[in-house]
Design a protein around this ligand. Structure first.
Ligand code: G1P
Length: 299
């Protein structure tokens, strides 16, 4: 039986330059979609999937991410004194010892960031979340179910083991911004959401891309990837690419892509961020009517 996925790595050392000046003093991962910072959505998704240990690969200026998941003594004492419920803070509570940080001293790419977590990952399969990619399950009652992306991946992992990445289709002109898969057999797995991965390319030119299926920021990888990353040379953009290391594992271990039944927002872009904010606001009982009225006025 496959070892359970208990650990997840969150690379959060990025400088967030696309969101300057907002991200000058605040980590990009702390920008809120309504009232929850981006990182919270990724952590919620991890917990729904049964993941216990959170490993943040951070850097200078990122302390507030860790504070967010700590007790806030003055705040909590004051709220309690005023008879206010602390329930709203529930998602920020981590079991003592289950949040670990390592620093990526220099920005050398996603592959390097993941490699920085090798000692904590140890000899276990593990998950990776890129918090910029906001993966939102369908609303309750949707015919495709309302399971989060990582939980769907963990379920697939229990079937096929090995390595898994989440993928989605993008218009051809966008492939060069992402990692792209070469698909093998499709429609595999219990619900047909699995595709065999036969090759991977990071940020290919449009005309060289093997498909329009891109890696959308969720991974379940075997610990051997750390050994591969150890001597991974620079790839696209002069960075050490996780995609290149994964590509070298194809053929040695099972490698599948999961098409997420749910919604994805690219919160690495400003328009994607606004789209996520509006979409989620329209689903919130406490705001939907107000936001709909605003949108009608604007339209
Ligand atoms: C990273 C990965 C890429 C993936 C993308 C998803 O790229 O390297 O394979 O498709 O995230 O957002 P980045 O956005 O860091 O350039």
């Amino acid at each position: 039986m496959a070892k359970p996925i208990r650990k997840a790595v969150f690379p959060v050392a990025g400088l967030g330059t696309r969101f300057l000046p907002a991200t000058k003093a605040i980590p990009k991962e702390m920008l809120p979609i309504i009232d929850r910072p981006l990182i919270q959505y990724a952590v919620d998704e991890a917990r729904e999937a049964g993941i216990e240990q959170l490993i943040f690969v951070t850097g200078r200026g990122k302390t507030s991410i860790v504070e967010h998941f700590d007790h806030a003594f003055e705040l909590e004492a004051t709220m309690t004194g005023r008879d206010k419920s602390l329930d709203v803070l529930e998602p920020t509570r981590i079991q003592p010892g289950n949040l670990v940080t390592v620093r990526q001293q220099v920005p050398m790419g996603l592959g390097h960031a993941i490699w920085c977590a090798r000692a904590i990952v140890g000899d276990e399969p593990f998950a990776i979340f890129l918090p910029d990619e906001l993966m939102i399950a369908h609303a309750a009652g949707h015919p495709s179910g309302s399971t989060g992306c990582m939980k769907q991946m963990v379920e697939a992992y229990e079937e096929v083991g090995g390595n898994l990445i989440s993928v989605l289709e993008v218009p051809e002109e966008e492939v060069s911004s992402y990692g792209v898969i070469a698909p093998g057999r499709r429609g595999l797995g219990r619900d047909g959401a699995l595709t065999e991965v036969t090759a991977l390319v990071e940020k290919p030119k449009r005309e060289e891309a093997p498909s329009n299926l891109i890696i959308s920021g969720r991974y379940i990888l075997q610990p051997e990837v750390m050994r591969v990353l150890e001597n991974q040379g620079k790839g696209a953009g002069g960075e050490i690419q996780l995609t290149d290391a994964m590509a070298r594992m194809i053929g040695q271990q099972p490698f599948h892509a999961v098409t997420f039944a749910g919604r994805r927002f690219d919160c690495g872009s400003k328009a994607g961020f606004v789209e996520a904010t509006l979409t989620l606001a329209l689903e919130r009982e406490d705001m939907a009517d107000d936001v709909r009225a605003i949108m009608q006025k604007l339209a």
